[in-house]
Design a protein around this ligand. Structure first.
Ligand code: ARG
Length: 437
């Protein structure tokens, strides 16, 4: 019983037509799998019935929102996910979990192939297939739109001829993908990167210009990198994201508009909104600033960028991603405490932070009399810290050479090997002392 295909099914026109199309072209029965990652819209049971009506031999629905939040969004939060320093990886995070369920369903229902509705131009095809390769390396993958000439026009015609029960609403000019972490909009008039986005695109956030004047304040409590309470009320990871989508979305937080480098080599114009994600990441990052040792914090920022690229590029289930996750997990042991955010006018601004794990030491940092910082120890520290620069300057930097050195040069000593010339430069560079800190 392996002549089956499990299709990632959305309930829309393309994947509904794909059910019959795959059967016709491959001879294999199709099982439809609808995975709920919080995209909203139709009821799952309705989607399941439609798949069966479109010819699926079986239809499975899975509400994975809790798992998605816990095992995909929380790692993204811990990694302060931001591709090209801003995009919090909305779509890139859902493909791995959908793929996981594709493979699991293929195992359970005896299928040798999985299918998805992506075109050949985007990142999502890569994400599905790279994830399936990692989780079910023996499974074949097929993409009817890309591999079996299932164009939009053919899909419309096929649906009409076969009288498929698809609500043929006017086709949206946009390609939209959304889940509990946010929304991605592309194509349509946005393909001209000079065109400003219009208000209709946004459903997670209010127009910042129309949000309240004073904004709202919210306190997020984190435990080991995970939000556990909002304004003192306990929340699950999913509730934290959902609650902040509302709170931050009402203040217009989380709108992004950027030209993005796709893995397939092209640049595309993308409009996103992810109010909860942006609010949470802003808060989490600041809590790390408070609690992580300097070098851990600095190194983590570099690795976060790499992590975001890997996930964007479809390598969620890869060795490097796993290894970076292990580093991140270790850092999060101390990332506990409260962050107060002011959400207003499209921005989430940190206005307060406190933590039992804080490394902030008032006595060390205060300018006031009685601080414990030993000013004198800075002097010796800076001398040694800048010693390599001082030594190199004697060799490399003509401005650093004293009058003596210039005269040496004039007498031809500059033709000596550089180090010797430096040696010959009598005056060492002196360090300027001021009262600045
Ligand atoms: N460009 C974004 C990404 O690669 C969004 C993709 C949205 N997918 C879609 N089918 N509209 O993550």
């Amino acid at each position: 019983m392996t002549d089956r295909i499990v299709l990632a099914y959305s309930g829309g026109l393309d994947t509904s037509v794909a059910i019959g199309w795959l059967k016709e072209r491959t001879g294999k029965d199709v099982v439809a799998l609808a995975v709920d990652v919080g995209q909203g819209g139709e009821d799952l049971e309705e989607i399941r019935q439609r798949a069966l009506a479109c010819g699926a031999v079986d239809a499975v629905v899975a509400d994975v929102k809790e798992e998605f939040a816990r095992d995909y969004l929380m790692p993204a939060l811990k990694a302060n996910a931001a591709y090209q320093r801003s995009y919090p990886l909305v779509s890139a995070l859902s493909r791995p979990i959908i793929s996981k369920y594709l493979v699991q369903t293929a195992r359970e229902l005896g299928a040798d192939t999985v299918a998805h509705g992506c075109t050949g131009q985007g990142n999502d095809q890569v994400r599905f297939e790279a994830a399936v390769a990692a989780l079910g390396p023996d499974l074949a993958t097929i993409a009817p739109i890309r591999d079996l000439e299932l164009t939009r026009d053919r899909a419309i015609e096929y649906a009409a001829v076969h009288q498929l029960p698809i609500k043929q609403s006017k086709k949206s000019p946009y390609s939209i993908d959304q889940n509990v972490w946010g929304k991605a909009v592309e194509t349509g008039f946005l393909e001209d990167p000079w065109n400003a986005p219009i208000e209709d695109l946004y459903t997670y956030s209010k127009n910042p210009a129309e949000a309240s004047r004073e904004g709202v304040e919210v306190t997020i409590t984190f435990k080991q990198g995970i939000p556990v309470a909002i304004d003192g009320q306990a929340v699950t990871p999913l509730q934290a994201v959902e609650r902040l989508n509302v709170l931050a979305g009402n203040e217009g937080v989380g709108r992004l508009d950027l030209v993005e480098d796709r893995l397939v080599g092209i640049k595309s114009r993308e409009v996103y909104e992810a109010p909860g994600a942006i609010a949470l990441i802003t808060a989490h990052e600041e809590l790390e600033n408070l609690t992580l040792e300097r070098d851990v914090n600095r190194t983590k920022r570099d690795l976060e960028n790499r992590w975001s690229q890997l996930v964007y590029d479809g390598l969620w289930f890869s060795g490097l991603k796993r290894a970076i996750d292990a580093f991140i997990e270790e850092t999060q042991q101390v990332v506990s405490g409260d962050i107060r955010l002011h959400l207003q006018g499209g921005r989430a601004t940190v206005t307060g932070r406190r933590s039992a794990q804080s490394l902030y030491d008032f006595n060390l940092v205060t300018y006031d009399e009685g601080g414990t910082f030993d000013h004198k120890s800075s002097k010796g520290f800076i001398e040694l810290w800048s010693l390599p620069s001082k030594i190199a300057a004697r060799r490399d930097n003509p401005l650093a050479l004293s009058q003596d050195a210039v005269s040496i040069e004039a007498t031809g000593a500059a033709s000596l090997p550089a180090a010797e010339a430096a040696e010959a430069a009598a005056e060492p560079v002196t360090v300027e002392r001021t009262q600045e800190r």
